[in-house]
Design a protein around this ligand. Structure first.
Ligand code: SF4
Length: 496
């Protein structure tokens, strides 16, 4: 008998080494590593998602006739060795893992590594696409992906609707009409498997108990996909970037955790969206906006993670070295936007991309938080977190710590942006228009201070030069800087 070793983010019968496995000739190994569970302060719902999904996947494989060795071990390495000692397999096969450290581990063991099909663009293909290009921006990659994969492409090989991107139709603020509602995501009742997993999680886990928001089986993940495409996707486009206290999900798919652990594959997700568009059920700005997130952003981030390697994690172009403020780990705050986002993290291990980028990421960028500290917090705190997701998205996109390898400008903004895209500011104790004084919005103060602090570096950047010059002309720049010192010290003390 041969063994197929399936990692906790490869939970799909059609992935790599498992695709050609047969119960007559292959058994399956799954290892729950206590070292991995203890390696970070994981959000309870993140840890539960992975472990419960592994246990359900093991049951599915048993139902399909496989012998499954699902073991809890001190580490992945120990689990592998224990399995080999007990079963003596002829060969052990594994699909390429999703992390550089995981690949190094498998290469150090006697494991045959099978090419992964978990992404639509393998990182070798991405490296080939990127080679020889001076800059390789997401937009170029996205067009290349659209053409070669054929999503939303007409018979002449051109984008349907006559444009590659409808991003400018995806930036509406939340509707002012308070009676407007968004379709709730599906939920599932917890069962004995869930309760067993929760009993086994380490005390270091934090955050609210799972409430059935996140599916932990392929069957339920497929049901979530169907629900999204049929009920939610038509309204996805317009409010993609909006934030509101009235809904944590708006019209977002909330499918990323399933794609990131293999319960869903990106191809089947995009196929379902393409079919809905072809039937005329979904407008182009919603279909294109969603396909862009999956075959564009998601696969681009995957590609650059492998291209730039482990050195990328130590990038810190702006020399940011402050610790993560206590508000991220439980301190109270009067900043209504920050409170809303952190409540979302605590309650569901989830924020959508604009909350991550323009509230929590923005605050960290303006404050000068060590980029790795924020990366680690987001990786362990979000239900869809993974190293490949967080390194490019946080180090590059959010904190501009790579000096522009990923983003052409730092995503820094004051209270005005947050007010435009949300309903947070109206009832906030701070005033988004004020730069100085006790009522000044911390984002607004820190935004102008950030531009002034990094003047010499940013004034040469055409995408932000105008704002940097405006900061030079502020009549009260000294007072802004004074207030920024106070804001920073209160953030560090967990008292803002
Ligand atoms: Fe956030 Fe400032 Fe708006 Fe308050 S006023 S919600 S702190 S952006």
């Amino acid at each position: 008998m041969q063994t197929v070793w399936v990692l906790g983010d490869q939970l799909n019968r059609d992935i790599g080494a498992l695709r050609d496995a047969d119960p007559e000739t292959h058994r399956v190994l799954l290892v729950e590593s206590t070292a991995k569970l203890a390696s970070k302060r994981w959000h309870r719902q993140r840890a539960h998602l992975v472990v419960a999904s592994m246990r359900r996947f093991a049951d599915e494989l048993r139902s399909a006739g496989f012998e499954v060795d699902h073991r809890r071990s001190d580490s992945l390495r120990d689990g592998f060795r224990e399995h080999v000692d007990e079963f003596g397999p002829e060969r052990v096969l594994a699909t390429e893992p999703a992390s550089i450290a995981g690949l190094a581990l498998l290469e150090s063991l006697d494991v045959e590594i099978v090419r992964s099909n978990q992404f639509l663009c393998h990182y070798d293909e991405f490296a080939e696409w990127a080679s020889g290009r001076k800059s390789f921006k997401m937009d170029d990659f996205y067009r290349w992906q659209r053409r070669r994969l054929g999503y939303l492409i007409d018979a002449d090989g051109e984008p349907v609707g006559g444009r590659w991107s409808f991003d400018d139709e995806n930036r509406e603020p939340p509707p002012k009409d308070e009676s407007f509602t968004w379709t709730d995501p599906q939920t599932s009742a917890l069962d004995d498997i869930d309760r067993g997993v929760l009993d086994d999680l380490p005390d270091s886990c934090w955050g609210a108990e799972p409430d059935g928001t996140w599916a932990t089986s392929r069957r339920r993940a497929l049901s979530r996909l169907r629900h999204f495409v049929d009920e939610v996707l038509p309204g996805f486009g317009p409010h993609e970037d909006a934030m509101t206290t009235r809904s944590w999900h708006l019209a977002h798919s909330v499918l990323s955790p399933y794609m990131n652990i293999g319960l869903l594959l990106p191809g089947e997700v995009c196929d379902a969206v393409q079919e809905a568009y072809d039937r005329g059920d979904v407008p182009i700005n919603s279909a294109e906006g969603f396909i862009r997130q999956v075959i564009g952003w998601r696969e681009y981030v995957w590609g650059v993670y492998w291209l730039w390697g482990t050195e990328y994690r130590s990038r810190n172009e702006l020399g940011a070295d402050r610790p993560l403020p206590p508000v991220f780990t439980g301190a109270d705050t009067e900043m209504r936007c920050v409170r809303a986002c952190l409540d979302g993290v605590n309650d569901r291990a989830y924020n959508h991309h604009i909350q991550r980028l323009m509230v929590l990421g923005n605050l960290s960028l303006l404050h000068g938080v060590d980029p790795w500290a924020l990366t680690d917090w987001m990786w362990s705190g979000f239900v869809d977190g993974a190293e490949w997701v967080m390194l490019p998205n946080v180090i590059g996109m959010s904190q501009w710590a790579d000096g522009g390898m990923m983003a052409t400008k730092p995503y820094a903004a004051g209270g005005n942006y947050i007010d435009t895209m949300s309903d947070y500011c109206g009832d906030c104790r701070f005033d988004r228009k004020q730069r100085v004084g006790d009522d000044a919005c911390p984002f607004t103060t820190l935004y102008w201070d950030f531009l002034a602090r990094h003047h010499d570096r940013l004034v040469k950047n055409p995408r932000v030069a105008r704002q940097v010059r405006a900061s030079e002309r502020l009549s009260n720049l000294d007072a802004v800087r004074e207030r920024a010192v106070e804001v920073r010290s209160r953030l560090d003390a967990g008292d803002l």
